[in-house]
Structures are given as structure tokens and as C-alpha cells.
Design a protein around this ligand. Structure first.
Ligand SMILES: Cc1ncc(COP(=O)(O)O)c(C=O)c1O
Length: 410
């Protein structure tokens, strides 16, 4: 464990709970790991900022030389504020609106378009522009059905068999297709599925179809172990194989293209901890319920994806293990971080650490029941920095009434 339990407990005491803590050193390590795994000289890592857009994380990725995968105009604004250049950002939203497309085009960021009708509208308005096309790799993989983005049941990307239509739209409007993209899913534990998606995309990426290519983007989806019994994939060998597949493809294409990957989870998931305090214990005829001061709006993955997050009682690491339902403070029965989970004995006042909380946790958060999101703290090279404060109740209420003048005098 990178940040040990004693340190987490100190942070909980200093900043209060609920509290998110991020380990910047681990983010840096994972970023470098990936670069070392994938053997391709022109490799670019476009961090999927939707996973965790805390400024401290973005600044670190920027300082490491990373690029960004973005999905909304506000993400682009934030990215630019950090210093990312438009040419180092790709825009891969789905169901884009016309005004959103205009904003992104104006910002100088390359659009990655995943539907024929949007491509047609884009071509009409922005004739002669550069563009990237998102294809559906036709491979179904990912840790849960809600995070599988390939195959005909998903809304993402253009079907591979529609490649001729893509070409004809591009020809009609003189569009320069400089990139092709696919993203198969998140938390893919089957590297064969990854190779298959890569091959499927490359099968339509020949020079006769797309003569102007500068890069191919194979998305994110690198697996991170969440459960202690889940094995960590060593991406060394798969990374070499990807290099070989791509090298063969580039030889045939006649030019060495850039290879992009867009990891989110792999870079940040393991760096994060959500620290919560147990304030209410119940023994419901033998079913032990530990009630905490956080809830699913602050970390939704268990409720949304049945995701496992390891939970440690950092106030009593050596206690006797008992099975607990670890619940939140939200008025919903499903508001649970874990069910019948073996955890060292919990007492009221104990602090629990919910691990692997760096990706799609704070970022997917909200203020349901009007409880403000936790503060965030960033630990890097032995320095501890506050990375975002928690709104006070008054500030939270002010965000609701602030803009509606006609309601303010009620
Ligand atoms: C287009 C795209 N790229 C990259 C990612 C990042 O995936 P992961 O966090 O699993 O690496 C996602 C996740 O949803 C995505 O939709």
C-alpha cells in the first residue's frame, strides 16, 4: 500500500471525513508503467480525464507529458486552464449538440466523431477540416455490462461495415481523416479481446480507405485489480504484442503512425482512498450494519456496477474480523458500499478506508440529499496538499439559489 493506514488516519483527523485522498506518486508510477509496457516509439497517453478531473491530478499528468481524452466542452476549458494545448487534446463525446461541436471546433481541439449523421453535419459546416472517426470495434468486453462499449447493443461509434459510407461523406466534404479510434470497454481482463479490437479496427484502416492517417487510438480499458484475489495483468507481454501488430500494420500502411491509448482507471484508480467515519452500529438479529457519514452519491460504483471496493478499518486494523454491511447516510436501501464484508471489528467512531477510489468515484459524484461532496487531498513526494475543499452547507445551498433571482425573495 502506497499511503499507509497511519498516514490516512492522520489525514482523516486533520481534514475530517468523508475525505478523498490521492497518491500522486502512484499516479506517476502507473503513467510511466504504461509507457514502458507498450513498445511503440510514437506512443501517446491521453489520460481520460472523466475518471478524475481534480486539478492536482491534471497538473501531474500535464507535468508528465500526458495528453488528454475529453468528453465535454467544460473538460476542455479546465484542461486549457491547466496548460494542455488544444493539439494535445482529443474530443470524444457522444450525442454531441451542434453548439458543442462549434465550441470544440473553435477551441482548436480535434473532434472524434462516432456517428454518420454527425459526420455529415460536421462535414457540411466544416468542409476541408481534419477529423478523427470513432469506430465500434465489434468486440464485447469489460468488467460489467454497463461499461462494455463495443458490439451492436451500444450507442458508441460507427459500425465497421459502414466504413464506405464514412469514406464517401469524407470525400464529399473534403474532410481529412487523420485519426481512427475505438474503445472496447472498461476493466477488460481478457487481453485477447484487446488484440481482437485492435485487429478489427486496423482491418479497415488501410491506406486505400484512409490515406491521411496520423494516428490510431485504441482507447482505454486497462484492467486494475479491485478485489484482493483478482490478479494484476502484467501488460509487458501484451504491450510488446500490440507493438508488433502495429508495426506490421504501419509497414503495410507505408508510414509510422502515432499510437494513442486513453487510460483512465489504470492511471488513477489505485491512487485513491475515500475515508469515512462509522457513526452508527446496528445488530439486526445477527446482521451487522455499519452506518457511515458518506453515501452512494460520493462513491457510486458499488451501487451502480456492483463494483467491489476493498474496505479496511484503519482505526482497528488488528481487530477480529466480522461481517458487516457498510452503509451510507442516504435515504435509499441500496445505499451500501459493501454487503456482508469481513472487516476487522468496527466500533462507532472508527474510520474506514474505501480503497481504489481514484477513478470514477469523486468524478461521478453528486449532492443527492443535499450533502456536499467530500474534500480532496493530494499527497505527492511527501507533501500533502489540499486539492479541493468541501462546500459548507451554506455554500451548497447558495449554489442552488444563487442564480434564480425570482426565488431569492421567497
Ligand atoms: C472513449 C473512452 N476512452 C477512454 C476511457 C477510459 O476507460 P478506462 O478508465 O477504463 O481506461 C473511456 C471510459 O469510459 C471511454 O469511454
Amino acid at each position: 500500500m502506497a499511503i499507509d493506514n497511519d498516514r490516512l488516519l492522520e489525514l482523516a483527523n486533520e481534514y475530517g471525513t468523508p475525505l478523498y485522498v490521492y497518491d500522486g506518486d502512484l499516479i506517476e508510477k502507473r503513467y510511466n508503467d504504461l509507457i514502458n509496457y507498450i513498445s511503440w516509439p510514437k506512443l501517446k497517453i491521453l489520460y481520460a480525464m472523466k475518471a478524475n478531473y481534480n486539478l492536482s491530478v491534471l497538473k501531474l499528468i500535464y507535468s508528465l507529458g500526458g495528453w488528454l481524452d475529453t468528453v465535454s466542452p467544460a473538460e476542455i476549458l479546465l484542461a486549457k486552464k491547466v496548460g494542455f494545448k488544444p493539439e494535445n487534446i482529443l474530443y470524444t463525446a457522444n450525442n454531441m449538440t451542434d453548439s458543442e461541436v462549434d465550441d470544440v471546433q473553435e477551441s482548436g481541439v480535434l473532434l472524434n466523431i462516432g456517428s454518420l449523421s454527425r459526420l455529415e453535419r460536421y462535414g457540411k459546416k466544416y468542409q476541408g477540416s481534419k477529423v478523427c472517426i470513432r469506430f465500434n470495434p465489434d468486440v464485447v468486453a469489460g468488467a460489467h455490462k454497463k461499461i462494455q462499449t463495443g458490439g451492436k447493443l451500444t450507442k458508441f461509434g460507427v459500425l465497421l461495415e459502414d466504413v464506405d459510407t464514412v469514406k464517401s461523406i469524407a470525400d464529399t466534404y473534403n474532410l481529412r481523416v487523420i485519426g481512427l479510434h475505438e474503445h472496447t470497454g472498461s476493466g477488460i481482463d481478457d487481453t485477447n479481446a484487446v488484440f481482437q479490437s485492435i485487429r478489427n479496427l486496423l482491418s479497415i484502416a488501410g491506406r486505400d480507405n484512409f490515406p491521411d492517417l496520423e494516428f490510431i487510438d485504441f482507447g482505454g480499458g486497462f484492467q486494475v485489480p479491485y478485489h484482493p484475489e483478482e490478479t494484476r495483468i502484467d501488460y509487458g507481454k501484451p504491450g510488446q504484442k500490440i507493438g508488433t501488430i502495429f508495426s506490421d500494420y504501419c509497414s503495410e500502411y507505408g508510414r509510422e503512425l502515432e499510437m494513442y491509448f486513453e487510460p483512465g482507471k489504470f492511471i488513477v484508480a489505485e491512487s485513491g482512498y475515500l475515508l469515512v467515519t462509522v457513526n452508527t452500529l446496528k445488530d439486526n438479529r445477527g446482521r451487522l450494519i455499519a452506518g457511515t457519514n458518506s453515501g452512494f452519491p460520493q462513491l457510486i460504483r458499488p451501487m451502480f456496477y456492483e463494483a467491489y471496493h476493498h474496505i479496511a478499518n484503519i482505526s482497528n486494523c488488528d481487530g477480529k474480523h466480522k461481517n458487516y454491511d457498510v452503509c451510507g447516510n442516504i435515504c435509499e436501501t441500496g445505499d451500501r458500499f459493501a454487503e456482508k464484508r469481513a472487516i476487522s471489528e468496527i466500533r462507532e467512531g472508527d474510520v474506514l478506508s474505501i480503497e481504489n477510489a481514484g477513478a470514477y468515484c469523486y468524478a461521478m459524484g453528486g449532492v443527492y440529499n443535499l450533502r456536499a461532496m467530500p474534500a480532496e487531498v493530494f499527497v505527492y513526494k511527501n507533501e500533502i496538499k489540499s486539492a479541493r475543499k468541501r462546500l459548507t452547507n451554506q455554500e451548497l445551498v447558495d449554489t442552488i439559489i444563487g442564480e434564480c433571482e425570482w426565488l431569492q425573495n421567497l
